[in-house]
Design a protein around this ligand. Structure first.
Ligand SMILES: *Cc1c(COP(=O)(O)O)cnc(C)c1O
Length: 495
């Protein structure tokens, strides 16, 4: 049976999975959501015997029903290969009273790789299926992490080019080095003299320029986006929750059917929503524990039923969660409103116009599986130090936000359900903040001295992603003004 996707803002707008992936965003700013989520057609015991790729196939085939087995297996096998530094792809590590699901073993050592290593294949397959003949040009504005993960995912993928704009003076030295050393003949990286908003605005302007779109089509190109609201990013993220659960079954730590909790360090609400969708598919999950940093707009929402983005934006040591508009929350809002596109649209309009909306009591009653809390900077630091001292395990700042919130949850509720914590980045990606948490004296050392010291005290091998940038030559040195972005794109494409 074919699964249909609908817009959260207009139930008459529908798409197949491949069309939804190609389009990214529905019209009127809506997001594509599955009309219903099919149940597993193999048992949890059977899934427990499969490797990551087979689990991925058995989950994704239910969500991407217009892909053939051959197409989907090709996408999965091309993505989850030796780009990952472990055959397990997403290992589950038991430490300090929880299971850490390490999602950072891909090429850019953050969890974005789990989706962005497969998205290029899903996108090019979708293009083929829908008879799109143009070459696909991915345009991305980045504040650091997404740009590098998208570059790594799309590098040398036939039929695609990728152009990334970043604020020249607005990313960390390691992030910049990671991007400007990117290999691949189809990759282009540009620093702009402006901030992230300027980059984002410039990209959006090119996307919405109809005559530019027509001109590019006449030259054989079309724009697409690797943005986190694409269902081509959400569906692959359901897989690792099923994988984690079935590893616990395989290890005999739980029996098939027992419930687990998941804790997710949250920004745009994509990762935790994927867990929620996995539950709808039949994965026994008790609580979704949503962990925020000091930008605690989601904590306030779960507590009060009011989403209010009118507040100061706080820069924290977990920058990938510094966000005040969690775009994927819209999919949950639509769901708890009883799949009511009109109601959802009204709330999203209020968010755009006033920056705030309040859900009804009835909707709030549908949120009982969620628990929200947050961790401040001092608590996050203290957790890193504490778990290092008790277990010799060093986690990154984002994961530490989750671990802190898990501790608060346990204290508050006494719940003893086995718990999986999504571990979203390697500590090597945020070396300075991590090492400063362990001992503030480290702050006087250089970035690469800290890398070597982290290696010494954690005994965890330095990831290839870090070794690469020590010596890699700079391949991209274009810098432009924000008004020149279109000229730069045209020059790269030779049009
Ligand atoms: C993107 C990101 C997050 C937040 O994930 P969402 O899906 O946006 O909620 C958390 N941690 C790290 C390291 C990230 O890169």
């Amino acid at each position: 049976m074919e699964l249909i996707y609908k817009s959260t803002r207009n139930s008459k707008e529908t798409a197949t999975a491949s069309m939804a992936i190609l389009k990214g965003l529905a019209n009127e700013g809506g997001l594509f959501v599955p009309d219903q989520i099919p149940a597993f057609d193999v048992s949890l015991e059977e899934l427990a015997k499969m490797d990551y790729q087979d689990v991925a196939y058995n989950v994704m085939k239910l969500m991407l029903t217009d892909f053939t087995e051959e197409e989907l297996r090709h996408c999965i096998n091309s993505a989850y290969d030796d780009k990952f530094d472990t055959k397990e792809i997403a290992p589950l590590v038991k430490k300090a009273g929880a299971y850490y699901l390490e999602l950072f073993h891909g090429s850019t050592i953050a969890f974005k790789d789990m989706a962005l290593s497969i998205l290029p294949y899903l996108l090019t397959t979708s293009a083929k299926k829908n008879d799109v003949k143009n070459e696909i040009v991915i345009l991305t504005a980045t504040s650091g992490d997404t740009g590098k993960a998208a570059l790594a995912g799309f590098a040398d993928v036939p039929g695609t080019k990728i152009i990334v704009f970043y604020p020249k003076n607005g990313v960390s030295p390691i992030q910049e080095k990671q991007m400007v050393t990117q290999k691949g003949e189809n990759t282009f990286v540009v620093g702009i003299t402006g901030n992230f908003d300027d980059a984002q605005t410039g990209v959006k302007k090119m996307f919405s320029d109809v005559s530019l779109g027509e001109y590019l089509a006449s030259k054989g190109y079309q724009f697409s986006s690797a943005n986190s609201i694409n269902i081509g990013r959400l569906v692959p993220q359901m897989v690792y929750y099923v994988y984690a659960y079935t590893r616990l079954v395989a290890a005999g730590d739980i029996k098939a059917g027992d419930k687990i909790n998941v804790v997710v360090p949250t920004g745009n609400f994509g990762n935790i929503l994927a867990a929620y969708y996995a539950k709808e598919m039949g994965l026994p999950i008790n609580k979704f524990i949503c962990a925020s940093n000091e930008n605690k707009v989601l904590f306030d929402f779960f507590a009060s039923g009011t989403y209010d983005r009118n507040r100061d934006f706080i820069l924290t040591t977990s920058p990938s969660m510094d966000i005040l508009i969690s775009s994927n929350l819209e999919r949950l809002i639509y769901k708890i409103a009883g799949n009511d596109a009109a109601k959802n649209k009204e709330l999203m309009k209020a968010l755009t116009e006033k920056g705030v909306y309040t859900i009804t009591d009835e909707m709030k009653n549908n949120l009982s599986e969620f628990y929200g809390n947050y961790a401040n900077e001092a608590e996050t630091s203290a957790t890193i130090k504490k778990v290092y001292e008790s277990d010799g395990y060093i986690m990154d700042t984002h994961t530490a936000v989750a671990a802190t919130v898990f501790e608060k949850y346990t204290k508050e509720t006494g719940d003893k359900t086995p718990t999986v914590i999504a571990s979203t980045a390697s500590p090597y990606k945020f070396t300075r903040s991590v090492m400063n948490s362990i001992d503030s004296a480290y702050d006087s050392q250089s970035d690469f001295e800290l890398v070597d010291e982290l290696n010494r005290i954690s005994k965890v091998k330095i990831p290839q992603a870090i070794e690469d940038i020590r010596t890699a030559p700079v391949r991209h040195d274009t810098v432009c003004d924000k008004e020149e972005m279109l000229d730069v794109v045209k020059k790269f494409l030779g049009v």
